[in-house]
Ligand binder design. Structure first.
Ligand code: NAI
Length: 415
């Protein structure tokens, strides 16, 4: 194995699935070569393309499984230009020292805007009126039609999306209460409530913004709906498993709830060729959307910029901040005249000691050291003065615990 200390050709990034072109500007400015394909690739076509890449950018349809990381050990990073990372074998990527990044929060505003729009549509029964008019029925009645101004919005989960909804709703004159399992700073005039039940009983409109966890699955069922005010509305743009849709459909049919908007469902079609079925389809006061809360051009652009910047930061500085599989390290820019050694290794005792000894015996002083570990993997970064001993990096790379090593200007030394 020979240590490469000079920078080779810049990374070649394969961008699949029509990733927003905003990514190209960031990547090409950093000197990356870009190859694009409009759709998802699979089979031999994917392998052919991966063989030419040092980094790959995908969205939700391309699958990177264990075999891809085994066949293409030169891959140093994967950018998921989306929220989820289920399409990537994260454990295998970690085992090979390949960093995986995503963009968990770039569509926050899009979801928040849709939630507020739905609150207005439900309070005015706009979808019902529109559906009636499409069928020729002219009903100008104001029955069940309300302004949202002055009404109480209950938010469950006051994280990225919930807190944005809070700000937008208050600006439209709503009174906001929320419940979160973590103590959160209330924004504006919003007030926290100690329990889910307290919010259910007090709000006119309930919106859910929690992740799917054991504590949130089936969080809203018949019992919880019964606690809500008669005529209240329910919005779920979070995860389909959180609401019991049979109980909700019953409450809507009986007029117990005034309306509901759902963007997520317990079972969702994998593609547009599959038919969607739900008990809520028989409820005219339910707005149903096909998991599009975060699907806007603005969100796609933000995602492209964020993930491209993470790939560049990783390449240029070694930063793994927000990386979903390798230990996360946020690194300062390297000072001129120094060399940064980026070393991913198995998390076992003695590795740092050996590295220190190798460097010390060559008379190399370590100016800065950063270390983070996962149960299986450690990532250590050593900033040292530039040196000319060609065997030293070989020695660090050849340690049996080494998974992958490069210098900031270099490429992977071991796979
Ligand atoms: P986040 O992680 O920023 O916030 C979630 C909040 O829920 C946290 O403050 C957490 O403490 C709180 N929480 C967790 N368990 C709770 C419980 N049992 N009771 C009360 N609060 C609890 O997440 P973010 O970004 O705000 O996303 C929220 C949800 O929206 C997630 O389920 C996410 O998957 C979904 N989402 C849906 C999209 C769509 O297209 N419809 C797009 C983006 C996100």
């Amino acid at each position: 194995m020979s240590a490469l200390r000079e920078s080779p050709a810049p990374p070649r990034v394969l961008l699949l699935e029509s990733i927003h072109p905003a990514a190209d500007g960031v990547l090409s400015e950093a000197g990356f070569a870009i190859e694009r394909a409009s759709g998802a690739l699979c089979g031999p076509a994917l392998d052919d393309a991966l063989a030419r890449a040092t980094m790959v950018g995908i969205r939700s349809k391309s699958e990177l499984r264990a075999v891809h990381f085994e066949r293409h050990p030169q891959l140093i990073a994967v950018g998921c230009f989306c929220i989820g990372t289920n399409q990537v074998d994260l454990a295998q990527a970690e085992a090979g020292g390949c960093a995986v990044f995503n963009s968990p929060f770039s569509n926050t505003r899009s979801v928040a805007e849709m939630t507020v729009a739905e609150a207005i549509c439900l309070c005015r029964r706009l979808f019902e009126k529109s559906t009636q008019l499409h069928a020729g029925r002219w009903d100008k009645s104001a029955t069940h039609s309300h302004e949202i101004r002055g009404r109480t919005l209950g938010i469950i989960g006051y994280g990225h999306i919930g807190s944005q909804v809070s700000v937008l709703a208050e600006s439209l004159g709503m009174r906001v209460i929320f419940h979160d399992v973590v103590r959160k700073l209330p924004l504006g005039n919003a007030q926290s409530r100690p329990t889910l039940e307290a919010v259910l009983r007090e709000c006119d409109c309930l919106t859910l913004h929690v992740p799917e966890t054991p504590s949130t699955i089936a969080m809203i069922g018949a019992r919880e709906i019964a606690m809500m005010k008669v005529g209240a509305i329910l919005i779920n743009n979070a995860r389909g498993s959180i609401v019991d849709v049979d109980a909700l459909a019953t409450a809507l049919r009986e007029g117990r709830l005034g309306g509901a908007a759902l963007d997520v469902f317990p079972v969702e079609p994998d593609s547009s060729s599959e038919t969607f079925t739900s008990p809520l389809q028989a409820c005219p006061t339910a707005i149903l959307t096909p998991h599009i809360g975060g699907s806007t051009q603005e969100a796609q652009e933000l995602i492209a910029l964020e993930v491209a910047e993470k790939l560049v930061q990783f390449w240029q500085h070694g930063s793994t901040e927000t990386c979903v599989n390798l230990p996360q390290v946020d690194l300062p820019v390297l000072r001129a005249g120094q060399l940064r050694i980026l070393h991913v290794h198995r998390n076992v005792p003695g590795v740092l000691g050996t590295m220190h000894t190798l460097l010390a015996s060559a008379g190399i002083n370590i100016n800065a050291e950063y270390l983070q570990s996962n149960p299986a993997t450690s990532y250590v970064i050593l900033d040292v003065e530039q040196f000319s001993d060609p065997t030293l990096l070989d020695g660090l790379a050849a340690m049996p615990q080494t998974i992958r090593m490069r210098t900031t200007a270099g490429i992977a030394l071991t796979q």
